[in-house]
Write a protein that binds this ligand. Sequence first.
Ligand code: CA
Length: 682
Amino acid sequence: MISMKELCAGALMASAIGLGAFPAQAAQADTAGSPDAAYMDYPHYSGDDLGLTVKDNTAIFRLWAPKADGVQLRFYRNGRGGAPMRTIDMTRSDAGTWTVQLSPVPYGEYYTFQVRQNGNLLQETPGVWAKAVGVNGQRAAVIDMVSTNPEGWAADRGPALKHINDAVIYEMHHRDFSIHPNSGIVNKGKFLAMTEDGTVTPLGDKTGIDHLKELGVTHVHILPSYDYTSVDEANLPANTYNWGYDPQNYNAPEGSYSTNPDDPAARVKEMKQMVKALHDAGIGVVMDVVYNHTARNDDSNFSLTAPGYYYRHRPDGSYSDASGCGNETASDRPQMSDFIVNSVKYWAKEYHIDGLRFDLMAIHDTATMNRVAAALKEINPDIFVYGEGWTAGDSPLPVERRALKENVAKMEGIAVFSDDLRDAVKGHYSNAADRGFATGKPGQEETVKIGIVASTAHPQVDYSKGSNSTFPYASSPTQIINYVSCHDDLTLTDKLTKSMPGSTPEERKRAARLAQTIVFTSQGTPFMFAGEEVFRDKKGVHNSYCSPDSINAIDWNLKHANADQFDYYRQLIALRKAHPAFRMTSADDIARNIRFDRTEGSNLVSYSILNHANGDEWKEIKLVFNGSDDSRQVNIPKGDWLVVAQDGRLNHTGLENPDGSKLHIRGGRTEVTPRSALILAR
Ligand code: CA
């Protein structure tokens, strides 16, 4: 059994424990005196053929178990139960590895490794490199990977992308997205849900992949889809739900998302079919990866092959716990660093994954993250990487080596979530009643400006007034992910309900539109939580990692009820995609082309994007955000302006007059209604 604590993974991810949080910490990664110093002597195996490699008609098994006295490889007929069909002693090989070759390849069989160390037999394990597994991931499986490729796989490509900030990222959970009876989807909660065309709600609105195409997002970010422990794959009718931040086998897909968890090839094949269907629709796939901890401690696959090595420890020898989930891995050790790098390479090559999102990335060292980015760019220059630039607890890894958001300038090609813009716009993530700029809390203007310039240096932004970070930590806008909600914490809908007591749904929808308008027009890369475009909620549950479908499922009939909201989001995404001015790629461009206006009073930010920024057809775009309860007057320079957004409405080609002509204004004193964005262009 795994404990509640281990299941908590994900619950703490929004805890921004960043730079300067641990002033007295005597950080000591693997230095003398640390219980981890012993691991410095371990041999490093740098080959990429750990686990099972098939060459011609031979299966080559290789396990890194440097302190083992012996290793046995056992074969089984089934994914669980039954006695071994045969047991083979492995032979000591290079750099702490053990190997054996078999011919012919034992396709269809299952296998485990069993390490003997210091005279003790450890539990059987599929190893850390199982690419196919039986039900519940207890045994690895020998399958023909080529046979899992969908038709047309060789020619399959994700969307071309010049820069990460050309992406519009949609964060979704397989089960949330398709499980509701209203989804009209057959393969509910499965990878295959994404392969179904033409699905609609009972009211006739598009769902599934057609909904994504209609909305216009460029990438879906799928919550953990590698094999995790918390859902019993052998008892799916029990209908359990989990986010999946409890990793077990990092290199095989999760079985509960397949139509048959007992068939090791099904999950591999169906995940590839999902990727292919999304690619065919022009949508990329970002995978959420959680290398920072494992669900289990002493009996994880890491611990059963090289006990201790893959984790960081406290001076008393106990597991250090920067993940808040019972342990933290040690990317600063060569074999763990290689594991992460080779694992992401594998997903990119075998599954054509277009992006990686690193959970609690600051548990990893910047050097490993730089290796990750470089290795992926070699496979496909369009792949991008972003992560949570914080930890959920202290770590022995020195602060300056952590992949913190404040260290992102040391990580070219990596982006971090901006909790600065997030908390400034909607209010603090963990204080439900706290409001933000968009809901009338004063004093957030400078932090909103920090978000608009994507945490890059700008002569008109005073970072000393930032409510989270107080210096321009990003060297480029391509290093920032902007958002106002994700799977963690309250949905935007619930946050607005809790922080705006007494408000009407219309008032909350207005606030949501303003909040997302700030996100989608800011420099950096926009990111949204699935279902916000139909104003979904989670009934006020902030940590829904194991809540039932009644909390997590998106009720797609909301799309009809909130058609105006959906249309606004669709227009907002179209606006961003049509205008490179919102997607500048250098800090210098931003400093040169963005000019903030002086405004009176709180909850008002006004600025222009000038000079046909980044090749935009519009010479100047004027954006005014009014987060207050009152209408405000601003001075717009005299001239002919196309009105793109006003009073809670937005059309990316310009709002229309009743006669169908485009709405223009002449500037001068102009009213900006409460909780709305005014966007003008000329
Ligand atoms: Ca599983």
